[in-house]
Write a protein that binds this ligand. Sequence first.
Ligand SMILES: Nc1ncnc2c1ncn2[C@@H]1O[C@H](COP(=O)(O)OP(=O)(O)O)[C@@H](O)[C@H]1O
Ligand SMILES: [Mg+2]
Length: 277
Amino acid sequence: MTVLDHTSTSTSTSTSTSTSTSTSTPAPARPAASPAVVAAAARGATKTYGSGDTQVVALAGVDVDFEAARFTAVMGPSGSGKSTLMHCMAGLDRLSAGSVTVGGVDVTAASERELTLLRRDRLGFVFQAFNLVPTLSALENITLPITLARRRPDQAWIDTVVETVGLTHRLGHRPGQLSGGQQQRVAVARALATRPEIVFADEPTGNLDSATGAEILAFMRHAVRDLGQTIVMVTHDPVAASYAHRVVFLADGRVRDELLAPTPDAVIDHMRRLGGR
Ligand SMILES: Nc1ncnc2c1ncn2[C@@H]1O[C@H](COP(=O)(O)OP(=O)(O)O)[C@@H](O)[C@H]1O
Ligand SMILES: [Mg+2]
């Protein structure tokens, strides 16, 4: 397995990037010396629903880069466009204007067929409601995307993912026989099974108690740190966001701010300040 050159020499998530994203200065850009690989990006991403009086602007021109092998959290008030952004970036919905690229591919210009392939081969998605197939075992759920794609599974990778999920002794169980946390771990493993370039997760811990949520978050952080995955996760929970390398804040369909090496307190502080604007 050569793909993942995750130079995990350091365990510190809070790298040299200035953590003091202090009051007025915007989050510093990554130093030019270490150019980041961008896994996915939005430019002028705009999404409106309906028309006329009932028109809703869900995204009002979002510009954002999501770096490869990084764990990014997306936060913002309810209705700020978080889910819409995730869906449009993952090719589950179409923008009204602007563009989205994943791994350099213009998702917005893709045909339906290309989108299907993109979603199948290059993207993973984790929903708040686990969306597992109840009649399939945990293992069958995890390998479902591969089965559907009629691809030969990369057994070493599947083993790694399964081991990482820590459900080795539950692989034969159906979703109904698993706890919520275990089901969501299966869902995250399923999103990783095809080794996608990027995983989008929309409030993956929203339906879990905090202990189980912590399991999932630790697992996702591990997938990023040790397996080189790229994960973008929507959350409303400052503790969940603190597992990420970076937090991007949305409000009214726009990116308002960002925070590197977030701590729960810093996230709360930021949200308070944004709310007060
Ligand atoms: N299918 C839809 N039809 C109409 N309006 C929608 C639709 N989906 C989302 N919206 C609206 O777009 C805005 C952003 O929604 P959403 O992206 O779900 O926000 P968030 O995930 O941040 O809570 C909200 O005002 C929401 O009501
Ligand atoms: Mg949402």
